[in-house]
Design a protein around this ligand. Structure first.
Ligand code: ADP
Ligand code: MG
Length: 338
Protein backbone atom coordinates (compact mmCIF):
# COMPACT_ATOMS: atom_id res chain seq x y z
CA UNK A 1 0.00 0.00 0.00
CA UNK A 2 1.47 3.41 -0.91
CA UNK A 3 1.77 6.25 1.56
CA UNK A 4 -0.69 9.06 0.85
CA UNK A 5 0.73 12.02 -1.09
CA UNK A 6 0.68 14.33 1.94
CA UNK A 7 2.09 11.82 4.47
CA UNK A 8 5.53 13.40 4.48
CA UNK A 9 4.07 16.67 5.81
CA UNK A 10 2.43 15.00 8.83
CA UNK A 11 4.20 14.33 12.14
CA UNK A 12 4.93 10.55 12.09
CA UNK A 13 2.49 9.63 14.85
CA UNK A 14 -0.38 11.25 12.95
CA UNK A 15 0.26 9.29 9.79
CA UNK A 16 -2.98 7.54 8.99
CA UNK A 17 -1.15 4.23 8.37
CA UNK A 18 0.06 3.12 11.78
CA UNK A 19 1.09 -0.27 10.39
CA UNK A 20 2.60 -1.29 7.08
CA UNK A 21 0.79 -3.33 4.45
CA UNK A 22 2.93 -6.35 5.36
CA UNK A 23 2.22 -6.10 9.09
CA UNK A 24 -1.44 -5.71 8.25
CA UNK A 25 -1.48 -8.91 6.19
CA UNK A 26 0.55 -10.80 8.82
CA UNK A 27 -1.62 -9.68 11.71
CA UNK A 28 -5.07 -9.95 10.26
CA UNK A 29 -5.04 -12.27 7.27
CA UNK A 30 -2.17 -14.76 7.52
CA UNK A 31 -3.19 -17.49 9.88
CA UNK A 32 -0.74 -19.83 11.58
CA UNK A 33 -1.93 -22.96 9.82
CA UNK A 34 -4.16 -23.96 6.98
CA UNK A 35 -7.39 -25.79 7.65
CA UNK A 36 -6.90 -27.76 4.42
CA UNK A 37 -4.34 -30.30 3.26
CA UNK A 38 -4.76 -29.24 -0.38
CA UNK A 39 -3.13 -25.83 0.28
CA UNK A 40 0.51 -26.31 -0.68
CA UNK A 41 1.30 -22.59 -0.24
CA UNK A 42 -1.06 -19.95 1.14
CA UNK A 43 -0.59 -16.27 2.02
CA UNK A 44 3.00 -15.04 1.79
CA UNK A 45 4.45 -16.03 -1.58
CA UNK A 46 3.91 -14.54 -5.04
CA UNK A 47 1.01 -16.90 -5.64
CA UNK A 48 -0.86 -19.58 -3.76
CA UNK A 49 -0.38 -23.22 -4.75
CA UNK A 50 -3.49 -25.34 -4.52
CA UNK A 51 -3.87 -29.03 -5.29
CA UNK A 52 -6.95 -29.68 -7.42
CA UNK A 53 -8.15 -33.29 -7.23
CA UNK A 54 -8.56 -35.26 -10.46
CA UNK A 55 -12.15 -35.82 -11.55
CA UNK A 56 -13.25 -32.36 -10.36
CA UNK A 57 -14.17 -29.19 -12.15
CA UNK A 58 -12.95 -25.99 -10.49
CA UNK A 59 -15.78 -23.47 -9.93
CA UNK A 60 -14.53 -19.86 -9.64
CA UNK A 61 -16.62 -16.84 -8.65
CA UNK A 62 -15.87 -13.26 -7.62
CA UNK A 63 -18.01 -10.51 -6.14
CA UNK A 64 -17.17 -6.99 -5.03
CA UNK A 65 -18.89 -5.01 -2.28
CA UNK A 66 -18.46 -1.23 -2.52
CA UNK A 67 -19.26 0.94 0.52
CA UNK A 68 -22.40 3.00 0.05
CA UNK A 69 -23.43 0.95 -2.97
CA UNK A 70 -23.60 -2.67 -1.82
CA UNK A 71 -23.88 -1.96 1.89
CA UNK A 72 -24.83 1.14 3.89
CA UNK A 73 -21.88 3.14 5.26
CA UNK A 74 -23.08 2.33 8.79
CA UNK A 75 -22.61 -1.45 8.33
CA UNK A 76 -20.42 -2.95 11.09
CA UNK A 77 -16.99 -4.19 9.93
CA UNK A 78 -17.77 -7.73 11.16
CA UNK A 79 -20.81 -7.87 8.90
CA UNK A 80 -18.89 -6.53 5.89
CA UNK A 81 -16.29 -9.29 6.33
CA UNK A 82 -18.99 -11.91 6.75
CA UNK A 83 -21.11 -10.73 3.84
CA UNK A 84 -18.19 -10.33 1.41
CA UNK A 85 -17.52 -14.06 1.76
CA UNK A 86 -21.19 -15.09 2.09
CA UNK A 87 -22.24 -13.62 -1.26
CA UNK A 88 -19.43 -15.52 -2.94
CA UNK A 89 -20.19 -18.81 -1.19
CA UNK A 90 -23.76 -18.32 -2.35
CA UNK A 91 -22.51 -18.34 -5.96
CA UNK A 92 -20.71 -21.63 -5.35
CA UNK A 93 -23.85 -23.02 -3.71
CA UNK A 94 -25.81 -22.15 -6.85
CA UNK A 95 -23.31 -24.19 -8.90
CA UNK A 96 -23.49 -27.17 -6.55
CA UNK A 97 -19.79 -26.73 -5.74
CA UNK A 98 -17.98 -27.37 -2.44
CA UNK A 99 -16.09 -24.22 -1.34
CA UNK A 100 -12.35 -24.68 -0.89
CA UNK A 101 -10.24 -21.52 -1.20
CA UNK A 102 -10.70 -17.76 -1.21
CA UNK A 103 -8.65 -14.70 -2.13
CA UNK A 104 -9.37 -11.22 -0.80
CA UNK A 105 -8.72 -7.84 -2.37
CA UNK A 106 -9.17 -5.13 0.20
CA UNK A 107 -9.21 -1.40 -0.61
CA UNK A 108 -9.16 0.65 2.58
CA UNK A 109 -9.22 4.39 3.22
CA UNK A 110 -6.94 3.79 6.25
CA UNK A 111 -5.56 0.94 8.32
CA UNK A 112 -7.89 1.15 11.30
CA UNK A 113 -6.91 -1.72 13.57
CA UNK A 114 -10.20 -2.30 15.34
CA UNK A 115 -12.04 -2.17 11.99
CA UNK A 116 -9.60 -4.73 10.56
CA UNK A 117 -9.93 -6.99 13.61
CA UNK A 118 -13.72 -6.99 13.33
CA UNK A 119 -13.67 -7.42 9.56
CA UNK A 120 -11.31 -10.41 9.83
CA UNK A 121 -13.43 -11.92 12.63
CA UNK A 122 -16.54 -11.79 10.43
CA UNK A 123 -14.73 -13.16 7.41
CA UNK A 124 -13.08 -16.05 9.24
CA UNK A 125 -16.20 -16.94 11.24
CA UNK A 126 -17.84 -17.94 7.97
CA UNK A 127 -14.65 -19.26 6.35
CA UNK A 128 -14.07 -21.65 9.24
CA UNK A 129 -17.65 -22.88 9.16
CA UNK A 130 -17.20 -23.98 5.56
CA UNK A 131 -13.49 -24.93 5.79
CA UNK A 132 -12.53 -22.27 3.30
CA UNK A 133 -8.87 -21.24 3.41
CA UNK A 134 -7.86 -17.63 2.64
CA UNK A 135 -4.85 -18.24 0.41
CA UNK A 136 -3.95 -14.78 -0.85
CA UNK A 137 -5.12 -11.36 -1.88
CA UNK A 138 -4.14 -7.78 -2.37
CA UNK A 139 -4.27 -4.71 -0.14
CA UNK A 140 -4.54 -1.16 -1.44
CA UNK A 141 -5.55 2.27 -0.22
CA UNK A 142 -8.67 3.97 -1.54
CA UNK A 143 -12.43 4.19 -0.94
CA UNK A 144 -13.63 1.13 0.98
CA UNK A 145 -14.26 -1.84 -1.33
CA UNK A 146 -13.96 -5.56 -0.74
CA UNK A 147 -13.52 -8.12 -3.50
CA UNK A 148 -13.54 -11.82 -2.69
CA UNK A 149 -12.85 -14.60 -5.14
CA UNK A 150 -13.83 -18.12 -4.19
CA UNK A 151 -12.80 -21.43 -5.66
CA UNK A 152 -14.86 -24.55 -5.23
CA UNK A 153 -14.83 -28.13 -6.43
CA UNK A 154 -17.60 -29.96 -8.19
CA UNK A 155 -17.62 -33.47 -9.59
CA UNK A 156 -16.82 -33.31 -13.30
CA UNK A 157 -19.85 -32.27 -15.42
CA UNK A 158 -22.20 -32.21 -12.41
CA UNK A 159 -22.39 -28.43 -11.80
CA UNK A 160 -25.83 -26.77 -11.70
CA UNK A 161 -25.88 -24.39 -14.64
CA UNK A 162 -28.26 -21.62 -15.65
CA UNK A 163 -28.85 -23.10 -19.10
CA UNK A 164 -30.44 -26.38 -18.04
CA UNK A 165 -34.09 -25.33 -17.54
CA UNK A 166 -36.62 -27.11 -19.82
CA UNK A 167 -40.38 -26.63 -20.37
CA UNK A 168 -42.44 -28.57 -17.83
CA UNK A 169 -39.92 -28.25 -14.99
CA UNK A 170 -41.17 -26.84 -11.69
CA UNK A 171 -39.54 -23.69 -10.29
CA UNK A 172 -38.61 -23.63 -6.59
CA UNK A 173 -36.94 -21.26 -4.15
CA UNK A 174 -35.35 -21.99 -0.78
CA UNK A 175 -36.23 -20.11 2.41
CA UNK A 176 -38.06 -16.78 2.22
CA UNK A 177 -37.72 -13.75 -0.04
CA UNK A 178 -37.79 -10.00 0.54
CA UNK A 179 -36.38 -9.66 4.07
CA UNK A 180 -33.09 -8.06 3.08
CA UNK A 181 -34.83 -5.51 0.84
CA UNK A 182 -37.23 -4.71 3.66
CA UNK A 183 -34.32 -4.15 6.08
CA UNK A 184 -32.52 -1.92 3.57
CA UNK A 185 -35.64 0.18 2.98
CA UNK A 186 -36.06 0.66 6.74
CA UNK A 187 -32.42 1.69 7.16
CA UNK A 188 -32.75 4.18 4.31
CA UNK A 189 -35.87 5.66 5.93
CA UNK A 190 -34.11 5.79 9.34
CA UNK A 191 -36.70 3.44 10.83
CA UNK A 192 -35.85 0.90 13.53
CA UNK A 193 -35.04 -2.49 11.96
CA UNK A 194 -35.97 -5.82 13.53
CA UNK A 195 -32.87 -7.91 14.35
CA UNK A 196 -34.09 -10.84 12.27
CA UNK A 197 -34.48 -8.62 9.20
CA UNK A 198 -31.12 -6.94 9.72
CA UNK A 199 -29.44 -10.33 9.96
CA UNK A 200 -30.91 -11.29 6.59
CA UNK A 201 -29.32 -8.18 5.05
CA UNK A 202 -25.94 -8.23 6.79
CA UNK A 203 -25.30 -11.93 7.41
CA UNK A 204 -26.97 -13.91 4.66
CA UNK A 205 -26.73 -17.67 5.04
CA UNK A 206 -25.24 -19.14 1.85
CA UNK A 207 -27.14 -22.34 1.00
CA UNK A 208 -23.97 -24.33 0.49
CA UNK A 209 -25.05 -27.73 1.82
CA UNK A 210 -28.36 -27.58 0.03
CA UNK A 211 -26.77 -26.52 -3.26
CA UNK A 212 -24.48 -29.53 -3.07
CA UNK A 213 -27.40 -31.82 -2.34
CA UNK A 214 -29.30 -30.43 -5.33
CA UNK A 215 -26.78 -31.84 -7.83
CA UNK A 216 -28.58 -34.73 -9.49
CA UNK A 217 -32.01 -33.50 -8.32
CA UNK A 218 -32.27 -29.96 -9.75
CA UNK A 219 -31.63 -29.02 -13.38
CA UNK A 220 -30.87 -25.27 -13.56
CA UNK A 221 -30.00 -23.12 -10.54
CA UNK A 222 -29.06 -19.55 -9.63
CA UNK A 223 -28.67 -17.68 -6.37
CA UNK A 224 -30.93 -14.67 -5.87
CA UNK A 225 -28.72 -11.62 -5.48
CA UNK A 226 -30.45 -9.08 -7.74
CA UNK A 227 -34.05 -10.07 -7.04
CA UNK A 228 -36.14 -13.08 -8.06
CA UNK A 229 -37.43 -11.60 -11.34
CA UNK A 230 -33.99 -10.57 -12.54
CA UNK A 231 -32.27 -13.78 -11.52
CA UNK A 232 -34.97 -16.15 -12.75
CA UNK A 233 -34.79 -14.05 -15.93
CA UNK A 234 -31.12 -15.11 -16.26
CA UNK A 235 -32.13 -18.80 -16.13
CA UNK A 236 -34.80 -18.20 -18.78
CA UNK A 237 -32.42 -16.31 -21.06
CA UNK A 238 -29.66 -18.91 -20.72
CA UNK A 239 -32.11 -21.79 -21.25
CA UNK A 240 -34.05 -20.08 -24.09
CA UNK A 241 -37.46 -20.64 -22.49
CA UNK A 242 -40.12 -18.74 -20.54
CA UNK A 243 -42.08 -19.22 -17.31
CA UNK A 244 -45.21 -18.51 -15.34
CA UNK A 245 -44.58 -17.31 -11.80
CA UNK A 246 -47.30 -17.44 -9.12
CA UNK A 247 -47.14 -14.10 -7.32
CA UNK A 248 -49.39 -15.21 -4.44
CA UNK A 249 -47.23 -18.20 -3.52
CA UNK A 250 -43.89 -16.51 -2.87
CA UNK A 251 -42.50 -17.49 0.54
CA UNK A 252 -42.27 -14.63 3.06
CA UNK A 253 -41.13 -14.43 6.68
CA UNK A 254 -43.48 -13.42 9.50
CA UNK A 255 -41.67 -10.06 9.67
CA UNK A 256 -42.28 -9.45 5.98
CA UNK A 257 -45.91 -10.45 6.18
CA UNK A 258 -46.52 -7.66 8.70
CA UNK A 259 -45.68 -5.15 5.92
CA UNK A 260 -48.27 -3.84 3.41
CA UNK A 261 -48.92 -6.65 0.93
CA UNK A 262 -48.04 -4.80 -2.28
CA UNK A 263 -44.77 -3.47 -0.85
CA UNK A 264 -43.82 -6.87 0.52
CA UNK A 265 -44.48 -8.49 -2.86
CA UNK A 266 -42.38 -5.89 -4.68
CA UNK A 267 -39.48 -6.68 -2.32
CA UNK A 268 -39.93 -10.41 -2.86
CA UNK A 269 -39.94 -10.03 -6.63
CA UNK A 270 -37.34 -7.35 -7.15
CA UNK A 271 -35.58 -6.44 -3.93
CA UNK A 272 -32.40 -8.48 -4.10
CA UNK A 273 -29.79 -9.53 -1.53
CA UNK A 274 -31.83 -12.63 -0.62
CA UNK A 275 -29.11 -15.20 -1.32
CA UNK A 276 -31.66 -17.95 -1.58
CA UNK A 277 -31.45 -20.51 -4.38
CA UNK A 278 -33.90 -20.50 -7.28
CA UNK A 279 -33.83 -23.76 -9.23
CA UNK A 280 -35.82 -25.95 -11.59
CA UNK A 281 -36.77 -29.59 -11.04
CA UNK A 282 -38.23 -32.25 -13.33
CA UNK A 283 -41.68 -33.21 -11.96
CA UNK A 284 -40.36 -36.75 -11.39
CA UNK A 285 -37.73 -35.39 -8.94
CA UNK A 286 -40.22 -33.50 -6.74
CA UNK A 287 -40.33 -36.33 -4.19
CA UNK A 288 -36.53 -36.45 -3.92
CA UNK A 289 -36.56 -32.67 -3.44
CA UNK A 290 -38.99 -32.73 -0.53
CA UNK A 291 -36.86 -35.43 1.14
CA UNK A 292 -33.79 -33.16 0.77
CA UNK A 293 -35.71 -30.20 2.13
CA UNK A 294 -36.62 -32.16 5.27
CA UNK A 295 -33.16 -33.58 5.69
CA UNK A 296 -31.59 -30.11 5.49
CA UNK A 297 -34.32 -28.40 7.56
CA UNK A 298 -34.67 -25.89 4.73
CA UNK A 299 -38.15 -25.19 3.37
CA UNK A 300 -38.55 -25.00 -0.39
CA UNK A 301 -41.56 -23.48 -2.16
CA UNK A 302 -42.85 -24.23 -5.64
CA UNK A 303 -43.38 -20.81 -7.24
CA UNK A 304 -43.99 -21.51 -10.93
CA UNK A 305 -43.34 -23.55 -14.03
CA UNK A 306 -40.96 -23.38 -16.99
CA UNK A 307 -42.68 -23.01 -20.36
CA UNK A 308 -41.61 -23.04 -24.00
CA UNK A 309 -43.08 -19.57 -24.75
CA UNK A 310 -40.48 -16.85 -24.10
CA UNK A 311 -41.07 -14.26 -21.35
CA UNK A 312 -41.86 -14.28 -17.65
CA UNK A 313 -45.57 -14.15 -16.81
CA UNK A 314 -46.22 -13.18 -13.21
CA UNK A 315 -49.82 -14.02 -12.28
CA UNK A 316 -52.17 -14.05 -9.29
CA UNK A 317 -54.01 -17.24 -8.30
CA UNK A 318 -57.19 -15.88 -9.97
CA UNK A 319 -55.28 -15.72 -13.27
CA UNK A 320 -54.92 -11.91 -13.43
CA UNK A 321 -51.52 -10.36 -14.15
CA UNK A 322 -49.47 -9.24 -11.16
CA UNK A 323 -48.66 -5.53 -11.62
CA UNK A 324 -45.78 -5.64 -9.16
CA UNK A 325 -44.34 -8.41 -11.30
CA UNK A 326 -44.51 -6.35 -14.45
CA UNK A 327 -43.19 -3.18 -12.78
CA UNK A 328 -40.58 -5.14 -10.92
CA UNK A 329 -39.27 -6.77 -14.04
CA UNK A 330 -38.86 -3.47 -15.88
CA UNK A 331 -37.59 -1.58 -12.91
CA UNK A 332 -35.23 -4.09 -11.37
CA UNK A 333 -34.66 -6.64 -14.10
CA UNK A 334 -33.07 -4.24 -16.56
CA UNK A 335 -30.94 -2.35 -14.08
CA UNK A 336 -29.15 -4.87 -11.90
CA UNK A 337 -26.64 -3.18 -9.68
CA UNK A 338 -24.08 -5.82 -8.86
P1 ADP B 1 2.95 -9.22 -4.55
O1 ADP B 1 3.58 -7.88 -4.49
O2 ADP B 1 3.87 -10.34 -4.88
O3 ADP B 1 1.67 -9.22 -5.32
P2 ADP B 1 1.76 -8.58 -2.05
O4 ADP B 1 2.77 -7.76 -1.33
O5 ADP B 1 0.62 -7.90 -2.71
O6 ADP B 1 2.53 -9.56 -3.04
O7 ADP B 1 1.16 -9.66 -1.05
C1 ADP B 1 2.01 -10.47 -0.25
C2 ADP B 1 1.29 -11.76 0.10
O8 ADP B 1 0.16 -11.44 0.91
C3 ADP B 1 0.75 -12.51 -1.10
O9 ADP B 1 0.83 -13.89 -0.81
C4 ADP B 1 -0.69 -12.06 -1.17
O10 ADP B 1 -1.49 -13.06 -1.79
C5 ADP B 1 -1.03 -11.87 0.29
N1 ADP B 1 -2.07 -10.84 0.55
C6 ADP B 1 -2.04 -9.52 0.24
N2 ADP B 1 -3.15 -8.89 0.69
C7 ADP B 1 -3.90 -9.84 1.28
C8 ADP B 1 -5.18 -9.85 1.91
N3 ADP B 1 -5.92 -8.74 2.03
N4 ADP B 1 -5.64 -11.03 2.39
C9 ADP B 1 -4.93 -12.15 2.24
N5 ADP B 1 -3.73 -12.23 1.68
C10 ADP B 1 -3.21 -11.08 1.20
MG1 MG C 1 0.04 -7.81 -4.81
Amino acid sequence: MDEPANAAQLPPKLKPMAISEFELIERFFRRPRSCRSDVILGVGDDAALLRVPGGSDLAVAMDTLVAGRHFPDTTPAYDIGYKALAVNLSDLAAMGATPAWATLSLTLPEANESWLRDFAAGFFALADRYQVDLVGGDTTRGPLAVTVQVHGLVERDRALRRDAARPGQKIFVTGTLGDAACALAQIEQHLPVEDALLARLNRPEPRVGFGLALTGVASAAIDISDGLLADLGHILAASACGATLWADRLPGSAALRSQPEATARAWQLGGGDDYELCFTVEPGNAGALSALSEQHHLPVTEIGVIEAAAGLRCVHDDGSNCQAGRRGFEHFGDATTS
